[in-house]
Design a protein around this ligand. Structure first.
Ligand code: ZN
Length: 160
């Protein structure tokens, strides 16, 4: 079978940035599992998966627009430290929780002061061109339940 809408895909991946540094890898643990055609993974990767067969090995390079989006300067702001939840010392590069009207949101500290902090609300991988080395390990048709939920169940998938 080939990957199309309604296929549950298991795959191993290694993610690298433009400099070639490894950012994440599923190697050494369970493969990732997703339901194709349900927006469960980033757009560019899902597009590159379409039509592939089990056992396929490939590399795909994704521009920010196809990955975690471009870096939006409007998402950088100065906030009172009391709106941030964190452990330890507040310092540049630390990922902390920002208390917003819509709930807690992960942000990255750019500069920390005594009473206020400059934070960046963009995804940490926003603005980056990313390369995925992918190996497709298993394909199966989704169950009607998975299709109606919009995600894969079982090992590597959602548990209810
Ligand atoms: Zn479900």
């Amino acid at each position: 079978m080939k990957i199309e809408s309604g296929t549950v895909v298991s795959f191993h991946y290694t993610l690298r940035n433009e400099a070639g540094d490894e950012l994440e890898s599923s190697r050494g643990s369970q493969p990732s599992v997703y339901l194709h055609g349900a927006n469960n993974i980033i757009r560019g990767l899902e597009k590159a998966m379409a039509g592939r067969e089990s056992g396929a090995v490939f590399t795909v390079s994704l521009a920010p627009e196809e990955a975690y989006g471009t870096h939006n300067p409007a998402r950088m702001q100065r906030v009172p430290v009391k709106h941030l939840a964190y452990r330890g010392k507040l310092e540049a590069g630390k990922v902390v929780q920002l208390n917003t009207a819509e709930g807690m949101r992960a942000v990255t500290v750019v500069k920390a002061g005594r009473h206020s902090a400059d934070i960046d609300g963009n995804h940490p991988l926003a603005g980056q061109t990313l390369t995925f080395d992918v190996e497709i390990t298993e394909l199966r048709p989704a169950t009607p339940e998975e299709i109606s939920h919009g995600h894969a169940h079982g090992p590597g998938g959602h548990h209810h």
